[in-house]
Design a protein around this ligand. Sequence first.
Ligand code: GLY
Length: 387
Amino acid sequence: MIRELTEKERLDAIDNAVAIIRRNLPEYTYKCQDTNTVDGIYKPIDNIEWTTGFWPGELWLAYLASDDEVFAHAAGIFVESFLERIKKHIAVDHHDMGFLYTPSCVAAYMLTHNAHAREAALMAADNLISRFQEKGQFIQAWGAMGADDNYRYIIDCMLNLPLLYWAEKETGKSIYREIALKHTKTCIANSFRPDYSSFHTFFMNKETGEPVRGETCQGYKADSSWARGQAWAVYGLALAYRHTGEKSYLDLFEHVSDYFMEKLPEDMIPYWDLIFTSGDEPRDSSSGSIVACGFLEAADSYEKNGEYEKARKYRKMAKELLKAIYDTCMVKKDEEGINGLVKHGTYSKKSPYNTCTPAGVDECVSWGDYYWLEALVRLGGSWKSWW
Ligand code: GLY
């Protein structure tokens, strides 16, 4: 039987998360959390990964959930680290500026008017638009600009674009929105197959700008649907609709969401690639939390549009996904030997057909912890999004 997360369970889950985050604070105030745990524990690292914005994001969420200033204070310390990172251009030659600077610095600016946070996030937005390729109309994800083996974008970038909508609002400069819209158009035109599954990465022709082919890096194979890629698409499209009011984005959101939900196993914890629907392959619980956030985002839009039935439908499905994670993946605050919030995430699983470096299989993953807590806080009803 499919059940929904209750309010009592939501509060219990927040209590667990805040307790674990509080316990982790001494270790990760001047150090960041690594991308994923190894045997349940996050290694403390410098601010060099694409994922280091998630832990400060968790601190802001913990602050909102608990009203305890200690979390805001620690999150404020990270703002300086993020300003230094973008000023010194440390490990920012890629597109993940939104993942890095939205939960750390846009959140800090929204909640505390921290001027350094605004400065850092705007510099990150400038860095992001500097990766726009006119030929093909996309933001290049990885590698040296124009490199033949990296003339492509990836579906994940949909979550980097809200930083550009924010930058447009802050500065009044339309270039940020224009690039976000052009990239979205290219992504929608190429990344989805007729059944609304998605390609992880997509190559464009460097000379003509024409679409070339879909490929995978972290999915099982080129024509399967990597669970997290599909999840980034779900949440990214819901956000794109909020920032633009473009109805076709919301229509596509529904189809892409349907595909995700149809491929879930009975226990509703996604396999790492949606090609798997049963058996012993590792799961990626983080995809469930990301999709739950996307559903809650879209539910707000439907409600504003007066489409109450759809708002109810997506809230209900979000609560079902969260209930599954609560029952089978949530770390309890008194559990020993583990310092993440959610088990059974997968960062990169090697397959015979993909090109990823294996990492973090069946572990806690930094964004899995973050989106779990974002979904829980969102469900409370008063959260103002920084995406
Ligand atoms: N954006 C990289 C990932 O989701 O693993």
